[in-house]
Design a binder for this molecule. Structure first.
Ligand code: FAD
Length: 370
């Protein structure tokens, strides 16, 4: 019987397990430190006044109750390639025949003086709880959000109704992953919602209660850093080959070494010379792909199969609880306003439905195990 270990129960890890469950005769082990699958793209809305973080975390006990997946609640800290074992934070080792590393990414925080001491990041439910504990809902509190990409824009938009928000972006436009027209739309919506948007200036120092930009400075009560992602620290201490950005060096199948694959944010996907932005959608597709690839290697059907070419269904960004912006369908049809926000909500619900189908659990997946 083949033993398949999946490290990380996020979008990619569960995508892989979803595929691997098709293998009748395999032992599947999930190693994951958290108690629940975090619906990370939904976290910005959990920060809004009536949002609840618990509504965006699906307990693994319940999710995996009807499966034969064994869930070990620990961190993977290293991989011993020669002995084919993963090392855990409690010093245990778990052997594998096949290994999927899907432990996600970490917020990238440059060495800007003062930043690390006071800024929040938003990468998981734990971060969201810490931010929420500091937020007071009334227009007086000043929230500074640094970074005008997907996370920064969504957080700024969600907090605008109950806070005095300033959004700072070093480049001269928001949301560089979208076309110019859509990023200008997002800018106008945020301004209309009362957000102060400062573009074209870098943050150079945090000197509480002030953020100092290249030219201007502003006072804040809560500071949120949304300046991109980086590979997790633990991966750098392994003997796995890494690319220049510090991610495991994977081929077009997500394979790093003969029995080791990566998926999700940990797989730095470049296709035809173009980097594909790390998203939950990409992670879920990649996890599934890697799971299927392992099945075909095990069943030894002789063909390496097609290389990874994800068919993305769109990219949608919330601008507040009722508005959004982005594109849908493979050709990239722009959408904005209420329709974009509605489509984003539908995509969240579709993901939950998919999970409930894969793991045979009742909708909406939030009930504790009975
Ligand atoms: C605020 C925010 C909003 C976003 N919005 C969107 C959006 O609207 N649409 C979209 O497509 N994407 C969005 N993203 C990006 C998306 O969340 C990520 O790309 C996606 O979660 C990556 O999936 P993953 O499975 O690789 O990692 P994750 O979902 O982060 O899962 C990683 C899992 O690994 C576990 N883990 C960590 N370290 C270890 C370890 N050492 N050993 C074992 N397990 C470990 C973690 O506990 C976690 O459960 C957003 C991200 C953020 C932060």
């Amino acid at each position: 019987m083949q033993k398949i270990v999946v490290a990380g129960g996020g979008y990619a890890g569960l995508g892989a397990i979803g595929a691997l469950q098709k293998l009748q005769d395999a032992e599947i082990i999930l190693i994951e430190p958290g108690s629940g699958h975090q619906l990370i793209p939904e976290l910005p809305e959990a920060l809004a006044k009536h949002g609840s973080i618990d509504n965006h975390v699906v307990p693994y006990d319940s999710l995996l109750a009807e499966t034969r997946v064994k869930y070990i609640r620990h961190y993977v800290t290293n991989v011993n390639v020669e002995r084919r074992v993963v090392c855990l934070d409690n010093k245990d080792e778990v052997s594998y025949d096949w290994l999927v590393l899907a432990t996600g990414s970490e917020p990238a925080m440059p060495p800007i003086p003062g930043l690390r001491d006071v800024a929040h990041t938003l990468r998981d439910a734990h971060d969201a709880r810490k931010i929420k504990n500091e937020l007071q809902y009334g227009k007086e509190q000043r929230v500074a959000v640094i970074g005008g990409g997907l996370t920064g824009v969504e957080v700024a938009g969600m907090l605008a109704e109950d806070h005095d928000v300033i959004l700072v972006e070093a480049f001269d436009r928001l949301l560089p992953a979208l076309g110019l027209g859509l990023s200008q739309y997002a800018y106008r919506r945020l301004i209309a919602a009362g957000v102060t948007v400062v573009m074209g200036q870098k943050l150079v120092r945090v000197n509480p209660p002030r953020i100092e930009l290249e030219k201007d400075h502003y006072e804040y009560d809560v500071l949120i850093w949304a300046g991109g992602i980086t590979p997790p620290k633990w991966i750098k201490t392994t003997e796995l080959p890494l690319n220049v950005a510090g991610y495991p060096l994977a081929d077009a199948y997500g394979q790093v070494l003969p029995q080791i694959f990566v998926a999700g944010d940990l797989w730095h996907v470049v296709i035809d010379g173009q980097e594909i932005p790390a998203t939950a959608q990409l992670a879920a597709i990649a996890g599934n792909f890697v799971g299927d690839t392992i099945i075909s290697r095990i069943t030894n059907d002789g063909s390496p199969g097609p290389a990874f070419r994800p068919r993305l269904r769109g990219m949608l960004i919330s601008l507040d609880e009722g508005q959004g912006v982005g594109w849908v369908l493979h050709g990239g049809i722009p959408v904005r306003g209420f329709s974009a926000r509605t489509l984003k909500n539908i995509s969240f619900q579709q993901y939950r439905l998919k999970l409930s189908k894969i793991f045979d659990r009742p909708w909406p997946l939030l009930e504790p195990r009975d």
